[in-house]
Design a protein around this ligand. Structure first.
Ligand code: ZN
Length: 449
């Protein structure tokens, strides 16, 4: 068989469960993978051949299901061109945009159309969209699903956006029932607004005081509410950016009982720790907060035990001023970390030191996020899937240089100067190497069925 493109990889991982590195031949015709064979016995040929040596690993392109793009409306924070350029440079070939940081927020089919129009023609990777759940927009969920959203997102605590108010636990349960009827997951920002309201504090520059304003209990209580909502509705609830490791046994227990609940964590919770964040270092502020090193190790155990299935960036950008660099005031600073481009090397650097392989990375960062978003052609190297790849030099070290970061405000990164492993040599989208001058990303809809 002659493919348009034959990739001969001395090392490859496919995103299949329990996958280890092995030599593979991958045939691509048009935009799709047409064959995957062991390299030694493959008789595939190609009009073009990409020969990959033992210094690089062929991986499925990463799928980041948790990205805040902010365009239209807050394009000075981040836009589709810059975010997708950062994604492509970081080996991510598909991202899914969150519904809350743009104007309008994505809480109706009309607002989704405004966002798709804004994104059109300027994306370097494929882009999908989550729809938003806010109080009173239940009637909008079916039209949003018909218009192709990958699922829905709600907050149980203040979102930071007045256009995206939180729902009560009862409203969350109702929305989860509606989402289940539409065969979509409901993603939940799980911190309890009621418990948070009782905590009075002015952290100022103190990270310890900031951490005390967002204790694990806020997450633990909300996660328990989400589990019970999933139990009674039968819907698929997904906990975004889990920070409190206390919640892992609850989630594991619910899953054993057949409750449809999944959870993700993020590079910052797996990399940083409260002990190393200095007072006034608001670049590290995010919500929920980065906790102690012991908590971080338990999150790694959660990945090992497969209670946590996804690692996604929660790329949450802002302007440098919004991080309050002058005052270092944690109460006033924007809560969010922009890490799209560094997500893979950050997680890989930590993972390799704990005995994980790139097969694990592909499962957490490609296959599982694609599954959550219902993007059935994404996230794996297998016959019939989109020909999306990341070519990674996993043993090559580098130091993070702000000048190399493509998101809109590189100065907001907390990772400048950090030494990491894993250099992305190429990102390939639907069979074509991504050229940062020529956007060829498409806007995606969730696949039916
Ligand atoms: Zn987020």
């Amino acid at each position: 068989m002659t493919a348009d493109l034959l990739i001969r990889a001395a090392r490859a991982v496919t995103g299949s469960p329990g996958d280890a590195e092995r030599p593979l031949a991958v045939g691509v015709t048009g935009t799709r993978i047409i064959a995957v064979e062991p390299l030694s016995s493959s008789r595939l040929s190609g009009r073009d051949v990409l020969e990959l040596g033992p210094d690089v690993v062929l991986m499925p392109g990463l799928v980041d299901s948790h990205v805040h793009v902010c365009e239209p409306g807050n394009t000075e924070w981040e836009g589709f061109a810059t975010a997708t350029r950062a994604a492509a440079a970081g080996g991510i070939t598909t991202l899914v945009d969150m519904p809350l940081d743009s104007v309008p927020t994505t809480v109706s089919a009309g607002a989704l159309q405004v966002k798709r129009t804004a994104a059109s023609g300027q994306c370097h990777v494929d882009v999908g969209f989550w729809g938003g759940v806010i109080p009173g927009n239940g009637p909008e969920l079916a039209p949003l699903a018909d218009a192709g959203v990958t699922g829905f997102k709600c907050f149980l605590a203040d979102s930071g956006s007045p256009d995206f108010p939180p729902v009560s636990p009862a409203q969350m349960t109702e929305a989860l029932g509606l989402a289940a009827g539409l065969d979509r997951p409901l993603l939940v920002h799980a911190e309890s607004a009621e418990a948070a309201a009782a905590i009075q504090a002015a952290p100022g520059r103190s990270y310890a005081k900031y951490l005390a304003t967002s204790p694990r209990g806020l997450e633990n209580l909300a996660v328990a509410q989400v589990i019970e909502a999933a139990r009674v509705t039968g819907g698929h609830a997904h906990i975004v950016h889990l920070s409190s490791s206390d919640a892992l046994p609850m989630i594991a227990s619910a899953r054993r009982e057949g409750v449809r609940i999944t959870a993700e964590t993020c590079p910052h919770y797996l990399t940083l720790s409260a002990e190393e964040i200095g007072d006034g270092e608001t670049a590290c502020k995010c919500s929920p907060p980065i906790r102690e090193a012991g908590n971080r190790e338990l999150l790694w155990s959660g990945l090992r035990d497969r209670v946590l299935e996804l690692v996604v960036s929660d790329h949450s950008p802002c302007t440098p001023d919004m991080k309050e660099p002058g005052t270092g005031d944690f109460a006033r600073a924007w809560g969010g970390i922009a890490s799209l481009q560094l997500s893979l090397p950050l997680v890989w650097t930590q993972a390799r030191s704990r005995g994980f392989g790139l097969g694990d990375i592909a499962a957490w960062m490609s296959a599982a996020p694609a599954r959550l978003a219902g993007l059935t052609a994404k996230g794996r190297i297998a016959e019939g899937y989109d020909a999306d790849f990341c070519v990674l030099a996993p043993d090559e070290p580098f130091a993070v240089d702000e000048g190399q970061l493509h998101h809109k405000h590189p100065a907001t990164t907390p990772y400048a100067g950090r030494r990491l492993y894993g250099v992305v040599r190429a990102s390939i989208l639907r069979g074509q190497k991504i050229d940062l001058g020529q956007p060829h990303g498409q806007l995606l809809s969730r696949d039916a069925g």
